[in-house]
Design a binder for this molecule. Structure first.
Ligand SMILES: [Cu+2]
Length: 167
């Protein structure tokens, strides 16, 4: 089968999926990536780039931290919500939001998860919403891949392989 035929089939399938998605979310994950980070020591370097506000050295876990970013797209007619995420490479995974408070960049867990509006999208990016990886179990080097499991309120669980790169 030619590549073009395969593409047409895929597009047709997507159209079908979209067609029956009137009252359900149709979530897809675009361009996921994870910030390169070291388990110890160098983790602080990454923390300078937009993750300044974890409240003090005593709150920094031993394993270092990183973050995952992506665009969540909803082609369905109903809204959904990213409620949690998990990965084998970190002890704890939280959904975070970075904001400026009194000219200081701080981040905090997002209460109730990250909404993905019907027929819309939400971007997780440095300096904004992100999936926080806390307590890394190993170094994350550029070029590697990290498997993330994303759990949506309505669409259920979705697994993506996110490449590791420098910000
Ligand atoms: Cu964070």
């Amino acid at each position: 089968m030619r590549v073009t035929n395969v593409l047409v089939l895929i597009l047709a399938s997507l159209a079908l999926l979209a067609g029956c998605g009137a009252a359900t979310p149709q979530i897809s994950v675009n361009e996921p990536w994870v910030r390169a980070a070291a388990m110890t020591g160098m983790g602080a370097q990454g923390a300078m780039g937009g993750h300044g506000g974890h409240g003090g050295a005593d709150m920094t876990p031993a394993g270092g931290t990183s973050a995952a970013y992506m665009v969540l797209i909803n082609r369905g007619g109903a809204g959904d919500r990213l409620v949690s995420a998990s990965t084998d490479v970190a002890e704890v995974v939280e959904l975070h939001e970075t904001k400026m408070v009194d000219n200081v960049m701080q981040m905090a867990p997002v209460a109730g998860g990250i909404p993905v509006p019907a027929n819309g999208q939400v971007e997780l990016k440095p300096g904004g919403l992100h999936v926080m990886l806390i307590g890394l179990k190993r170094d994350l080097a550029a070029g590697e891949t990290v498997r993330l499991t994303l759990k949506f309120e309505r669409a259920g669980e979705m697994t993506v392989d996110a490449p590791v790169r420098m910000p």
